[in-house]
Design a protein around this ligand. Structure first.
Ligand SMILES: CC(C)(COP(=O)(O)OP(=O)(O)OC[C@H]1O[C@@H](n2cnc3c(N)ncnc32)[C@H](O)[C@@H]1OP(=O)(O)O)[C@@H](O)C(=O)NCCC(=O)NCCS
Length: 174
């Protein structure tokens, strides 16, 4: 008989969990540098305060950021963030699921959770994101939920190389 799969919960971490968030973020930057705007080398030496303040931005019901993680037992295995860039205009960012946990629907759950969290904020008008064209799984994930490619730009990513990056926008009502 197959062992029971571990239960995955989607939660908004509290400030005291900053070390778990740091661990997952550094794992993402190390394993998939080509997928992110920042690099592992930039963030590895940041002091504790940097991580605490970063997480603090997402705490509270009127925060300018929302951050959700997938939790398996005591470990964070996936994450998805968003940030209000201008009044009512939000950007999805920092999307990552640990390689050994991929293909099990965790990103689906993270994105659905984020979209409903954003929907509960009355002021929301637009949701956009940037994704490297080479990150096929991520591009498919966003298309599945109604994001469409609006523009393509060249951008240096965390691996220090130039990549084709899509600007995608959610086309339907939130
Ligand atoms: C993109 C990523 C978060 C997907 O996480 P995941 O938990 O494996 O995704 P899910 O299992 O929830 O799949 C969600 C959808 O993504 C797409 N997808 C996932 N894996 C895919 C793959 N290997 N090939 C093509 N599409 C894929 C599908 O549309 C899928 O929908 P389905 O469940 O109806 O098949 C993960 O692959 C990842 O962390 N990639 C590296 C980092 C990255 O690219 N981040 C995006 C930065 S903008």
């Amino acid at each position: 008989m197959e062992p029971n799969p571990m239960k995955i919960e989607i939660i908004q971490p509290t400030l005291q969990d900053w070390q778990k968030v740091k661990k997952l973020r550094l794992d993402a930057l190390k394993k998939d540098p080509q997928a992110f705007g920042a690099s592992y080398e930039e963030e590895i030496n940041e002091p504790d305060q940097y991580w605490q303040e970063k997480l603090e931005e997402s705490i509270g019901k009127d925060s300018k950021e929302v951050f959700v993680v997938a939790k398996e037992q005591d470990e964070y295995v996936g994450m998805l963030g968003s940030e209000e860039a201008n009044e009512g205009k939000w950007f999805i960012k920092a999307v990552y699921v640990k390689p050994e946990h991929r293909g099990k629907g965790i990103a689906n759950k993270l994105l659905e959770n984020m979209l409903s969290a954003l929907k509960s904020r009355n002021s929301i008008k637009e949701i956009e994101l940037k994704v490297s064209a080479e990150q096929v799984a991520a591009v498919n994930l966003y298309k599945k939920y109604g994001f469409e490619i609006m523009d393509t730009v060249d951008q240096e990513l965390g691996d220090g190389k130039e990549h084709e990056v899509y600007l995608m926008k959610l086309k339907h009502e939130i």
